[in-house]
Design a protein around this ligand. Sequence first.
Ligand code: SAH
Length: 346
Amino acid sequence: MKFFFDYEKTELASIFDPPFRATQIYKGVYQRSFDDFELMTDLPKPSRASFSEEWNIKLPSVHRRFDSIDETRRYLVRLEDGELAETVYIPEENRDTICISSQIGCALACTFCLTGQLGLTRNLTPGEIVTQALIAQRENTSSRGFNIVLMGMGEPLHNYDNVMKAIRILHDEDGLNMSMSRITLSTAGLLPAIKRLAGEPMIPNLAISLTGATNEKRNELMPINRRYPIEQLLDAIRRFPLKHRQRVTFEYVLLRGITDAPEDALHLVKLVKGIRAKVNLIPFNEAEELNYRRPPDAVVERFQQILIHHNISAFVRKNRGNDISAACGQLKKKWADEPQNVSFSH
Ligand code: SAH
């Protein structure tokens, strides 16, 4: 069986005869949520039967769902080989956010990230990435609309081809029809892949995880920096094509006593100056396995004020879904020690 969600419409058009079946089925699956060809009454009856034998159009099942008191939801999506992909749904005032994973585990080993402690198990396929968004969207029908962020497990640019294909599928006008401005790809800074991304016809919003503001600090926290040092990374960002009013996002994790000093803020100002950017400050989400602490609120605020004082837009990211291990950097594959005071379904 072929997994329908792994395929772009153009690929399907070269497989199906007549080619417009690709559009019909795309609309049926993505827009009308059909999971059975028999429901697609605009297809000839004999084709429905033969498509059913060849194509899987069912969404993967939800192995477990965790509901936070702040209404954030974390999903463990069961994949064909039994691996679990993590997806987080975050309702917000104006627009919801769906945070999806691009890999099982991660190879980058950032010292402050739980996923980084796992190592890499495997890349997700385009369909495994796309269906996470579909599951979260369909389980949470709200009229607000949603953004998709590739900030779950994994380094999206380490799985470049599958991630870009998934983005094109999500963008297809006969599919979910997601605008590129509603999709954000977050990377730890894989320089060659950022350069490649800059040449794509379709480019999502770009978020760069900085955290260390000097090579010395960043080398410690994010080993990828030893390969692609900060000046080279920032140089590529300066050349990155941006649309009218578009900005690059820098994510900066505040680790108590390590990245939260006024001096660090001033280093960050120097790096970011002159780039059309905003900075998202993420107070460290604590976990037993990680030897870091979150700074007190006053320190977070002081850090933010220094950036603002230097005319840099800086926002503090609210900590969501902490009680269900759904917060940034908490996604991990150990379920045995899940917190007990949460409600699950499925
Ligand atoms: N590999 C990609 C995307 C996944 S990480 C990247 O590095 O951008 C998504 C974000 O979570 C990154 O900005 C990362 O710095 C942040 N993060 C990781 N662990 C964290 C933690 N324990 N507390 C707060 N943020 C964390």
